[in-house]
Design a protein around this ligand. Sequence first.
Ligand SMILES: NC(=O)c1ccc[n+]([C@@H]2O[C@H](COP(=O)([O-])OP(=O)(O)OC[C@H]3O[C@@H](n4cnc5c(N)ncnc54)[C@H](O)[C@@H]3O)[C@@H](O)[C@H]2O)c1
Ligand SMILES: O=C(O)C(=O)C[C@]1(C(=O)O)C=C[C@@H](O)C=C1
Length: 289
Amino acid sequence: MLKKLVIVGVGLIGGSFAMALRNTNMVERIVGVGRSWENLSSALGTYVIDAAETNAVNAVADADLVVLAVPVGQMGGIMQEIAPVLSSHTVITDVGSTKQDVIELAMRYMPEHLERFVPGHPIAGAERSGVKAATDSLFQDKNVILTPLPETSDDARNLVKELWQKCGAIVHEMPPKVHDQIFAAVSHLPHVLAYALVADIAARPNASDLFQFAAGGFRDFTRIASSSPEMWRDICLANRDAMVVELDSYLAQVNRMRDAIIKGDGIALQQIFDAARNARNAWISGGSK
Ligand SMILES: NC(=O)c1ccc[n+]([C@@H]2O[C@H](COP(=O)([O-])OP(=O)(O)OC[C@H]3O[C@@H](n4cnc5c(N)ncnc54)[C@H](O)[C@@H]3O)[C@@H](O)[C@H]2O)c1
Ligand SMILES: O=C(O)C(=O)C[C@]1(C(=O)O)C=C[C@@H](O)C=C1
Protein backbone atom coordinates (compact mmCIF):
# COMPACT_ATOMS: atom_id res chain seq x y z
CA MET A 1 0.00 0.00 0.00
CA LEU A 2 1.36 3.43 -0.99
CA LYS A 3 0.26 6.18 1.41
CA LYS A 4 1.44 8.97 -0.85
CA LEU A 5 2.11 8.83 -4.58
CA VAL A 6 3.45 11.94 -6.30
CA ILE A 7 3.11 12.31 -10.06
CA VAL A 8 5.29 15.08 -11.48
CA GLY A 9 3.71 15.88 -14.86
CA VAL A 10 0.03 14.87 -14.82
CA GLY A 11 -0.30 14.51 -18.59
CA LEU A 12 -1.18 11.61 -20.86
CA ILE A 13 1.24 9.16 -19.25
CA GLY A 14 1.38 10.49 -15.67
CA GLY A 15 -2.41 10.88 -15.61
CA SER A 16 -3.00 7.41 -17.07
CA PHE A 17 -0.61 5.84 -14.54
CA ALA A 18 -2.40 7.66 -11.69
CA MET A 19 -5.80 6.48 -12.94
CA ALA A 20 -4.68 2.89 -13.41
CA LEU A 21 -3.00 2.81 -9.98
CA ARG A 22 -6.09 4.27 -8.32
CA ASN A 23 -8.09 1.32 -9.66
CA THR A 24 -5.69 -1.11 -7.98
CA ASN A 25 -6.65 0.25 -4.53
CA MET A 26 -2.94 0.20 -3.66
CA VAL A 27 -2.69 3.98 -3.30
CA GLU A 28 -4.15 6.14 -0.54
CA ARG A 29 -3.40 9.65 -1.82
CA ILE A 30 -2.19 10.98 -5.17
CA VAL A 31 -0.52 14.38 -5.39
CA GLY A 32 -0.01 15.87 -8.84
CA VAL A 33 2.70 18.38 -9.71
CA GLY A 34 2.41 20.47 -12.86
CA ARG A 35 3.40 23.71 -14.49
CA SER A 36 -0.07 24.72 -15.69
CA TRP A 37 -3.05 25.22 -13.36
CA GLU A 38 -5.42 24.54 -16.23
CA ASN A 39 -4.20 20.96 -16.60
CA LEU A 40 -3.91 20.43 -12.83
CA SER A 41 -7.47 21.64 -12.17
CA SER A 42 -8.72 19.33 -14.86
CA ALA A 43 -6.84 16.46 -13.12
CA LEU A 44 -8.39 17.47 -9.77
CA GLY A 45 -11.86 17.82 -11.28
CA THR A 46 -11.76 14.30 -12.70
CA TYR A 47 -10.27 12.79 -9.47
CA VAL A 48 -7.12 11.70 -11.26
CA ILE A 49 -5.27 13.37 -8.36
CA ASP A 50 -6.35 14.29 -4.82
CA ALA A 51 -4.17 17.40 -4.47
CA ALA A 52 -2.24 19.68 -6.80
CA GLU A 53 1.05 21.52 -6.45
CA THR A 54 3.09 23.66 -8.82
CA ASN A 55 6.19 23.18 -6.71
CA ALA A 56 7.70 19.69 -6.75
CA VAL A 57 9.73 20.39 -3.62
CA ASN A 58 6.55 20.96 -1.57
CA ALA A 59 4.92 17.85 -2.97
CA VAL A 60 7.52 15.11 -2.53
CA ALA A 61 8.01 15.24 1.27
CA ASP A 62 7.28 11.79 2.75
CA ALA A 63 6.19 10.36 -0.60
CA ASP A 64 6.39 6.58 -0.95
CA LEU A 65 6.74 6.85 -4.70
CA VAL A 66 7.60 9.76 -7.01
CA VAL A 67 6.88 9.29 -10.71
CA LEU A 68 8.64 11.69 -13.08
CA ALA A 69 6.30 11.97 -16.08
CA VAL A 70 7.54 15.16 -17.75
CA PRO A 71 9.33 15.55 -21.12
CA VAL A 72 12.87 14.18 -20.82
CA GLY A 73 14.33 17.70 -21.18
CA GLN A 74 12.61 18.64 -17.89
CA MET A 75 13.84 15.65 -15.86
CA GLY A 76 17.21 17.08 -14.77
CA GLY A 77 15.80 20.31 -13.33
CA ILE A 78 13.20 18.42 -11.32
CA MET A 79 15.71 15.87 -10.00
CA GLN A 80 18.00 18.72 -8.92
CA GLU A 81 15.12 20.44 -7.10
CA ILE A 82 13.73 17.41 -5.27
CA ALA A 83 16.95 15.50 -4.41
CA PRO A 84 17.67 17.45 -1.18
CA VAL A 85 14.14 16.91 0.20
CA LEU A 86 13.48 13.28 -0.78
CA SER A 87 12.97 10.95 2.18
CA SER A 88 15.35 8.02 2.41
CA HIS A 89 12.46 5.56 1.86
CA THR A 90 11.04 7.29 -1.26
CA VAL A 91 11.22 5.25 -4.46
CA ILE A 92 11.65 7.33 -7.63
CA THR A 93 10.78 6.17 -11.12
CA ASP A 94 10.28 7.85 -14.48
CA VAL A 95 8.39 7.18 -17.71
CA GLY A 96 10.73 8.96 -20.13
CA SER A 97 11.06 7.66 -23.68
CA THR A 98 14.87 7.65 -23.52
CA LYS A 99 16.86 6.03 -20.76
CA GLN A 100 20.61 6.72 -20.98
CA ASP A 101 20.12 10.49 -20.65
CA VAL A 102 17.66 10.17 -17.75
CA ILE A 103 20.08 7.84 -15.94
CA GLU A 104 22.97 10.26 -16.49
CA LEU A 105 20.82 13.06 -15.03
CA ALA A 106 19.95 10.91 -11.99
CA MET A 107 23.64 10.13 -11.44
CA ARG A 108 24.45 13.84 -11.61
CA TYR A 109 21.56 15.27 -9.60
CA MET A 110 20.38 12.46 -7.27
CA PRO A 111 23.58 10.49 -6.46
CA GLU A 112 22.30 9.83 -2.93
CA HIS A 113 19.10 8.21 -4.21
CA LEU A 114 20.29 5.82 -6.92
CA GLU A 115 19.47 2.80 -4.76
CA ARG A 116 15.82 3.83 -4.88
CA PHE A 117 15.71 4.98 -8.52
CA VAL A 118 14.06 2.68 -11.07
CA PRO A 119 14.22 4.06 -14.64
CA GLY A 120 11.20 2.99 -16.69
CA HIS A 121 9.37 3.46 -19.98
CA PRO A 122 5.82 2.33 -20.80
CA ILE A 123 5.53 1.43 -24.48
CA ALA A 124 2.06 2.84 -24.83
CA GLY A 125 0.84 6.28 -25.68
CA ALA A 126 -0.93 8.42 -28.18
CA GLU A 127 -0.52 11.54 -30.27
CA ARG A 128 -2.61 13.46 -27.74
CA SER A 129 -1.19 15.24 -24.69
CA GLY A 130 -2.40 16.37 -21.29
CA VAL A 131 -4.56 14.76 -18.62
CA LYS A 132 -7.71 15.02 -20.76
CA ALA A 133 -6.17 12.36 -23.02
CA ALA A 134 -5.39 10.02 -20.08
CA THR A 135 -7.20 6.69 -19.62
CA ASP A 136 -7.01 4.03 -16.94
CA SER A 137 -6.55 1.24 -19.52
CA LEU A 138 -3.65 2.75 -21.47
CA PHE A 139 -1.13 0.20 -20.20
CA GLN A 140 -3.34 -2.89 -20.38
CA ASP A 141 -1.40 -5.67 -22.18
CA LYS A 142 1.32 -3.20 -23.15
CA ASN A 143 5.06 -3.58 -22.60
CA VAL A 144 6.90 -1.59 -19.95
CA ILE A 145 10.69 -1.52 -20.00
CA LEU A 146 12.70 -1.07 -16.81
CA THR A 147 16.42 -0.29 -17.06
CA PRO A 148 17.59 -0.59 -13.44
CA LEU A 149 21.00 0.71 -12.42
CA PRO A 150 23.57 -1.56 -10.74
CA GLU A 151 22.78 0.48 -7.59
CA THR A 152 18.98 -0.02 -7.79
CA SER A 153 17.76 -2.09 -4.84
CA ASP A 154 15.63 -5.19 -5.38
CA ASP A 155 12.91 -3.68 -3.17
CA ALA A 156 12.57 -0.58 -5.33
CA ARG A 157 12.71 -2.52 -8.58
CA ASN A 158 10.13 -5.05 -7.40
CA LEU A 159 7.76 -2.33 -6.20
CA VAL A 160 7.82 -0.52 -9.56
CA LYS A 161 7.52 -3.82 -11.43
CA GLU A 162 4.53 -4.87 -9.34
CA LEU A 163 2.76 -1.53 -9.82
CA TRP A 164 3.08 -1.73 -13.61
CA GLN A 165 1.87 -5.33 -13.57
CA LYS A 166 -1.17 -4.27 -11.51
CA CYS A 167 -1.89 -1.74 -14.29
CA GLY A 168 -2.02 -4.67 -16.73
CA ALA A 169 1.43 -4.19 -18.26
CA ILE A 170 4.03 -6.77 -19.22
CA VAL A 171 7.34 -5.78 -17.63
CA HIS A 172 10.75 -6.35 -19.26
CA GLU A 173 14.24 -5.34 -18.23
CA MET A 174 17.13 -4.40 -20.50
CA PRO A 175 20.29 -2.28 -20.46
CA PRO A 176 19.60 1.43 -21.15
CA LYS A 177 21.80 1.55 -24.26
CA VAL A 178 19.94 -1.37 -25.83
CA HIS A 179 16.66 0.34 -24.93
CA ASP A 180 17.68 3.59 -26.65
CA GLN A 181 18.86 1.74 -29.78
CA ILE A 182 15.64 -0.26 -30.08
CA PHE A 183 13.32 2.70 -29.61
CA ALA A 184 15.37 4.93 -31.93
CA ALA A 185 14.51 2.41 -34.66
CA VAL A 186 10.86 1.61 -33.95
CA SER A 187 9.54 4.73 -32.21
CA HIS A 188 11.77 7.78 -32.56
CA LEU A 189 12.56 7.36 -36.28
CA PRO A 190 8.88 6.92 -37.31
CA HIS A 191 7.95 10.11 -35.45
CA VAL A 192 10.68 12.10 -37.21
CA LEU A 193 9.55 10.71 -40.58
CA ALA A 194 5.91 11.64 -39.93
CA TYR A 195 6.87 15.18 -38.89
CA ALA A 196 9.19 15.46 -41.93
CA LEU A 197 6.51 14.45 -44.41
CA VAL A 198 3.88 16.82 -43.01
CA ALA A 199 6.39 19.68 -42.69
CA ASP A 200 7.46 19.18 -46.30
CA ILE A 201 3.89 19.11 -47.65
CA ALA A 202 2.78 22.04 -45.47
CA ALA A 203 5.63 24.25 -46.71
CA ARG A 204 4.63 23.96 -50.39
CA PRO A 205 2.73 26.74 -52.18
CA ASN A 206 -0.05 24.29 -53.12
CA ALA A 207 -0.28 22.79 -49.59
CA SER A 208 -4.03 23.42 -49.28
CA ASP A 209 -4.71 21.44 -52.48
CA LEU A 210 -2.51 18.61 -51.24
CA PHE A 211 -4.20 18.45 -47.84
CA GLN A 212 -7.65 18.69 -49.44
CA PHE A 213 -7.11 15.43 -51.32
CA ALA A 214 -4.93 13.56 -48.79
CA ALA A 215 -6.75 10.47 -47.54
CA GLY A 216 -6.35 7.29 -45.48
CA GLY A 217 -2.75 6.50 -46.43
CA PHE A 218 -1.58 9.99 -45.50
CA ARG A 219 -3.67 9.95 -42.32
CA ASP A 220 -2.24 6.59 -41.16
CA PHE A 221 1.34 7.54 -41.96
CA THR A 222 1.12 10.95 -40.27
CA ARG A 223 -1.05 10.34 -37.17
CA ILE A 224 1.96 10.68 -34.92
CA ALA A 225 2.91 14.08 -36.40
CA SER A 226 0.13 15.39 -34.12
CA SER A 227 2.26 14.40 -31.08
CA SER A 228 3.76 16.89 -28.63
CA PRO A 229 6.58 18.84 -30.37
CA GLU A 230 8.26 19.54 -27.02
CA MET A 231 8.34 15.87 -26.09
CA TRP A 232 9.74 14.81 -29.48
CA ARG A 233 12.32 17.60 -29.60
CA ASP A 234 13.63 16.39 -26.25
CA ILE A 235 13.65 12.71 -27.29
CA CYS A 236 15.55 13.39 -30.54
CA LEU A 237 18.17 15.49 -28.78
CA ALA A 238 18.53 13.01 -25.91
CA ASN A 239 18.95 10.00 -28.23
CA ARG A 240 21.11 11.75 -30.82
CA ASP A 241 23.65 9.00 -31.51
CA ALA A 242 21.10 6.24 -32.08
CA MET A 243 18.87 8.63 -34.06
CA VAL A 244 21.67 9.46 -36.50
CA VAL A 245 22.36 5.74 -37.08
CA GLU A 246 18.66 5.13 -37.79
CA LEU A 247 18.27 8.17 -40.04
CA ASP A 248 21.32 7.11 -42.09
CA SER A 249 20.00 3.57 -42.43
CA TYR A 250 16.57 4.81 -43.49
CA LEU A 251 18.01 7.33 -45.97
CA ALA A 252 20.10 4.55 -47.54
CA GLN A 253 16.96 2.43 -47.97
CA VAL A 254 15.04 5.35 -49.50
CA ASN A 255 17.96 5.98 -51.85
CA ARG A 256 17.94 2.31 -52.96
CA MET A 257 14.26 2.73 -53.79
CA ARG A 258 14.91 6.04 -55.51
CA ASP A 259 17.58 4.40 -57.72
CA ALA A 260 15.24 1.54 -58.59
CA ILE A 261 12.49 4.02 -59.54
CA ILE A 262 14.89 6.08 -61.71
CA LYS A 263 16.15 2.92 -63.46
CA GLY A 264 12.64 1.50 -63.84
CA ASP A 265 13.85 -1.57 -61.90
CA GLY A 266 10.50 -3.09 -60.95
CA ILE A 267 12.10 -6.34 -59.77
CA ALA A 268 14.23 -4.55 -57.18
CA LEU A 269 11.30 -2.42 -56.04
CA GLN A 270 8.98 -5.38 -55.72
CA GLN A 271 11.59 -7.32 -53.71
CA ILE A 272 11.76 -4.48 -51.19
CA PHE A 273 7.96 -4.16 -51.01
CA ASP A 274 7.47 -7.95 -50.68
CA ALA A 275 10.02 -8.23 -47.88
CA ALA A 276 8.49 -5.25 -46.06
CA ARG A 277 4.91 -6.50 -46.40
CA ASN A 278 5.88 -10.00 -45.20
CA ALA A 279 7.77 -8.57 -42.22
CA ARG A 280 4.88 -6.29 -41.22
CA ASN A 281 2.26 -9.02 -41.61
CA ALA A 282 4.35 -11.38 -39.47
CA TRP A 283 4.71 -8.64 -36.82
CA ILE A 284 0.94 -7.99 -36.77
CA SER A 285 -0.03 -11.67 -36.68
CA GLY A 286 2.61 -12.32 -34.01
CA GLY A 287 0.55 -10.28 -31.54
CA SER A 288 2.07 -6.82 -31.90
CA LYS A 289 1.38 -4.57 -28.89
N1 LIG B 1 3.05 10.32 -25.25
C1 LIG B 1 3.51 9.08 -25.38
O1 LIG B 1 3.11 8.37 -26.29
C2 LIG B 1 4.54 8.58 -24.40
C3 LIG B 1 4.68 7.21 -24.22
C4 LIG B 1 5.61 6.73 -23.29
C5 LIG B 1 6.40 7.62 -22.58
N2 LIG B 1 6.24 8.96 -22.80
C6 LIG B 1 7.09 9.85 -22.00
O2 LIG B 1 6.30 10.29 -20.92
C7 LIG B 1 6.66 11.62 -20.54
C8 LIG B 1 5.39 12.48 -20.52
O3 LIG B 1 4.81 12.45 -21.81
P1 LIG B 1 3.25 12.73 -22.00
O4 LIG B 1 2.89 12.19 -23.32
O5 LIG B 1 2.50 12.31 -20.78
O6 LIG B 1 3.27 14.32 -22.09
P2 LIG B 1 2.11 15.35 -21.68
O7 LIG B 1 2.46 16.62 -22.36
O8 LIG B 1 0.77 14.77 -21.90
O9 LIG B 1 2.33 15.50 -20.11
C9 LIG B 1 3.47 16.08 -19.55
C10 LIG B 1 3.02 16.96 -18.39
O10 LIG B 1 4.16 17.41 -17.71
C11 LIG B 1 3.96 18.79 -17.34
N3 LIG B 1 5.28 19.38 -17.17
C12 LIG B 1 6.20 19.66 -18.11
N4 LIG B 1 7.28 20.19 -17.56
C13 LIG B 1 7.06 20.25 -16.23
C14 LIG B 1 7.82 20.69 -15.13
N5 LIG B 1 9.04 21.19 -15.28
N6 LIG B 1 7.27 20.57 -13.91
C15 LIG B 1 6.04 20.04 -13.73
N7 LIG B 1 5.27 19.61 -14.74
C16 LIG B 1 5.79 19.72 -15.98
C17 LIG B 1 3.18 19.35 -18.54
O11 LIG B 1 2.53 20.54 -18.17
C18 LIG B 1 2.23 18.20 -18.84
O12 LIG B 1 1.04 18.29 -18.10
C19 LIG B 1 7.72 12.07 -21.52
O13 LIG B 1 8.98 11.92 -20.94
C20 LIG B 1 7.57 11.12 -22.69
O14 LIG B 1 8.78 10.95 -23.38
C21 LIG B 1 5.32 9.46 -23.66
O1 LIG C 1 0.88 5.48 -30.16
C1 LIG C 1 1.52 6.51 -30.20
O2 LIG C 1 1.02 7.57 -30.58
C2 LIG C 1 2.91 6.53 -29.79
O3 LIG C 1 3.64 7.25 -30.40
C3 LIG C 1 3.38 5.76 -28.64
C4 LIG C 1 4.88 5.55 -28.57
C5 LIG C 1 5.34 4.79 -29.82
O4 LIG C 1 4.80 3.71 -30.06
O5 LIG C 1 6.24 5.24 -30.51
C6 LIG C 1 5.55 6.87 -28.48
C7 LIG C 1 6.52 7.14 -27.58
C8 LIG C 1 6.79 6.28 -26.49
O6 LIG C 1 7.85 6.55 -25.75
C9 LIG C 1 6.15 5.01 -26.49
C10 LIG C 1 5.17 4.73 -27.37
